[in-house]
Ligand binder design. Structure first.
Ligand code: AMP
Length: 301
């Protein structure tokens, strides 16, 4: 039981209307692995540059994440800068510098070839390359963003055809499919291969489409959101971590996985970077699960 993730390991600069910070650890693989480490074993495949401060690796080691697949190459670490408005959603991208990811040739370790695979947000060429090297992955899930939809749509569509689960922001699903309603988006995506579609809706939670059914979960209500960065990747970590932990793909269990996704996302946004993951206690996760039940349960008429 383990998940292998390929995705960005980044140095971020983040601006919100209330705060500004720079040179902090970010990246889709970073948030995903930390969130899922509370539910299952995780292995990262990725690359950092010579400028990457090794102190960041301790964050992963402290959560027993396997980082033997993180390579250091000559050049600069992936860098992203983003700015949020007062609604604290859909950031404006100020800079995306691929650095060492622009020439990265991933190698999937032998021990990862049959794991559950998460193709976190990164260049679809890299996602495709990793997928080609897998043996019989238990399940393949995929995430992406507007940067790659606009830049590499054709390759992205190829990866989509091979994925079991597609996790994407609602606004990006519209951009990808050209459809407006979420049901039309779901139809278009599910036609192209994936069996399950999850639309992330920021502060409004997430919607899951599976066969002819759908299910919605609100976001965990928080009074103070410090930094929304990584919410989507942490959502994926909670969702897939729970599925890997339970090994149950029945619709009722997928619903619980959706709740775990929202729980892990709620922790991610309570502090800058991945800081909050260092202080989460098992009881807090259970407590938020209970609150979700209270918040969404009502009796029949
Ligand atoms: P999220 O807020 O969950 O969508 O993800 C935020 C993380 O994605 C940040 O820490 C960024 O470093 C990373 N990121 C931003 N743009 C890209 C991109 N084009 N490819 C891969 N990762 C990215």
């Amino acid at each position: 039981m383990a998940i292998t993730v390929i995705g960005s390991i980044a140095i971020d600069n983040i601006e919100t209307p209330f705060n500004k910070t720079g040179d902090i650890l970010g990246g889709s693989a970073s948030y995903f692995s930390l969130a899922s480490s509370f539910l299952t074993d995780v292995k990262i495949i990725g690359v950092v540059g010579g400028d990457f401060n090794k102190k960041h690796l301790k964050v992963f080691k402290d959560r027993s994440i396997d980082i033997s697949g993180i390579k250091t190459e000559e050049g600069k670490t992936f860098h992203w800068a983003g700015r949020y408005g007062y609604d604290m959603s859909d950031p404006e991208t100020l800079a995306t510098e691929l650095g060492v990811f622009s020439s990265f040739k991933p190698a999937v370790p032998h021990g990862s070839k049959n794991d559950m695979l998460f193709l976190a947000n990164i260049d679809p060429d890299i996602q495709f390359n990793v997928l080609q090297q897998m043996g019989s992955p238990k399940l393949v899930a995929l995430d992406t963003m507007n940067f790659w939809i606009e830049g590499k749509k054709e390759k992205l569509m190829k990866v989509m055809e091979l994925a079991d689960i597609f996790i994407i922001n609602e606004s990006e699903a519209r951009l990808l499919t050209g459809e407006s309603s979420i049901f039309s988006c779901a139809k278009a995506v599910l036609k192209s291969g994936a069996k399950i579609l999850i639309l992330k809706r920021g502060a409004y939670g997430a919607t899951m489409f599976f066969e002819n059914k759908f299910f919605m979960v609100p976001a965990y209500p928080l009074e103070n959101v410090i930094d929304p960065t990584g919410a989507g990747d942490s959502f994926a970590g909670g969702f897939l971590g729970y599925l890997d932990n339970t090994g149950d793909m029945a619709f009722e269990n997928l619903k619980k996985a959706l709740v775990f996704g929202n729980i892990m996302a709620s922790f991610a946004v309570e502090d800058f970077s991945v800081s909050r993951f260092a202080s989460i206690k098992a009881d807090e996760i259970k407590d938020r699960f209970r609150k979700f039940r209270e918040m969404t349960y009502f009796e029949e008429l």
